[in-house]
Ligand binder design. Structure first.
Ligand code: SF4
Length: 256
């Protein structure tokens, strides 16, 4: 079973949502496409553009079709994030086996330097999160952890940089340094998280659902969740009026 940063984030927020999405497969590709926004599509295309740019391929055909991406790419060219010297690789993939699981990551860009490695990630959404939230995000934690665990670079030679295409100049780059302490801490958190998931999966195979978020967290997580009706945690009729595909989800039976 593969676990990405998105899987870990969902598991941390709500194990039941993880079950619905990844064990019961209730989000069908068609349904996902319905909620995919224009900005998400632009984000995917911008990542493709950056990959082509770093591979030395012509990006002008993409910019001709998607002219709205020009300011983002110009911002990158005008004031690029600080990057170390070394061999760069776009869409770099790493994985690590952990009992029945495989931790996986696809990095937007990694630079392998002499005694340093730098992970770079392009963000295209408008508002950058607070640096503290970003440093605790599973993407930062898993990406740094996996690189340290699967390469010759010790943790204190690894850093991760987020670059925000729509951020204001001077406030569009965040760099986090990794460390031995952080590596040990994340190792322990992963150990606990994957132990817990193993137990939940064992129970799930015997017909038991994964836990929902506690009642006190309902306003934070449930009211805007695609599964609120299924969990009987929706605000009266609100969810079904937002998305027509939820009506389909509501009536799906889940084969085990
Ligand atoms: S409605 Fe709440 S408990 Fe149910 S899947 Fe969504 S977040 Fe989890």
């Amino acid at each position: 079973m593969q676990l990405s940063q998105a899987h870990l984030r969902t598991l941390q927020a709500c194990p039941r949502q993880y079950q619905y999405r990844h064990l019961d497969s209730l989000i069908l590709p068609e349904a996902t496409q319905l909620i995919e926004t224009t900005s998400q599509k632009q984000g995917y295309i911008f990542h493709r553009l950056m990959k082509q740019h770093f591979q030395g391929l012509d990006i002008h055909p993409i910019l001709e079709v998607q002219p709205e991406l020009k300011p983002w790419f110009e911002a990158f060219q005008t004031i690029p994030p600080p990057m170390i010297q070394g061999q760069g690789e776009a869409e770099h993939q790493r994985s690590l086996g952990w009992r029945e699981f495989t931790l996986v990551a696809v990095y937007d860009y990694v630079i392998f330097g002499q005694e340093q490695a730098q992970i770079l990630d392009w963000k295209t959404y408008a508002a950058a999160p607070a640096p503290k939230n970003l440093s605790h995000d599973w993407q930062t934690r898993l990406y740094c952890y996996l690189l340290a665990a699967t390469s010759a670079y010790p943790p204190d030679q690894i850093s991760m940089t987020y670059w925000f295409a729509q951020g204001e100049k001077g406030a569009n780059v965040y760099t986090f340094s990794y460390s031995n302490n952080a590596h040990q801490e994340i190792h322990q958190v992963l150990e606990q998280c994957l132990n817990q998931l193993s137990q939940w999966l064992q129970a799930y195979r015997q017909g038991q659902d994964l836990p929902q978020v506690p009642a006190v967290e309902i306003p934070k997580y449930c009211h805007d969740c695609a599964f609120a009706e299924r969990c009987q945690r929706s605000q009266s009729n609100r969810v079904s009026s937002i998305d027509p595909f939820l009506a389909v989800l509501k009536n799906l039976s889940v084969p085990r």
